[in-house]
Design a protein around this ligand. Structure first.
Ligand code: HEC
Length: 131
């Protein structure tokens, strides 16, 4: 019985820890990606913009399903999960717009897509953090 309790506790700990990891990993990838994109625009380094946009896309894909997102919303904000998921969807679309504009050398439009990603980050954070 004792062993079973220990095992149960261990399994719970592992699953809680890995659930935490998904958010941390996702946010960390997106943070790195956004930093690279910004540096890329400031220094006129298109390759840096491209590699940053890949990181944002990858990070966002880890944190875009409603059942994942809802776990991280405060109790009194769970009903906002659709708005939060829309922010993630917006990031995904913006990354595509950014990349297509880079292909076309339409850098102003690409920079606008970057700004819109930043707005979408803030949209979800405003829910989570009650900004
Ligand atoms: C769908 C919701 C959502 C979106 C979209 C989102 N985040 Fe987050 N973010 C969270 C949650 C939840 C937390 C954890 C709670 C907190 O820090 O307030 C968080 C925390 C963070 C943190 C702190 C991480 C830590 O380890 O404490 C960073 C950095 C971050 N986000 C970056 C970003 C960036 C950059 C974007 C946009 C590219 C973004 N986030 C978009 C939900 C989101």
């Amino acid at each position: 019985m004792k062993l079973l309790n220990i095992l149960t506790a261990a399994v719970l700990t592992v699953s809680i820890a890995s659930a935490e990891d998904v958010m941390k990993k996702s946010m960390s990838l997106m943070e790195q990606g956004m930093t690279q994109i910004q540096q890329g625009f400031l220094n006129n380094n298109v390759e840096l913009i491209r590699s940053g946009s890949k990181l944002v896309k990858e990070g966002n894909s880890l944190f875009s399903h409603k059942d994942v997102i809802v776990q991280y919303l405060p109790k009194d904000k769970k009903h906002m999960v659709n708005v939060a998921a829309k922010a993630a969807k917006r990031i995904d679309l913006d990354v595509t717009v950014l990349e297509l504009n880079l292909d076309d050398k339409a850098y102003i439009n690409a920079a606008n897509a970057y700004s819109d990603i930043l707005n979408a980050c803030a949209r979800c954070h405003s829910i989570v953090r009650s900004w």
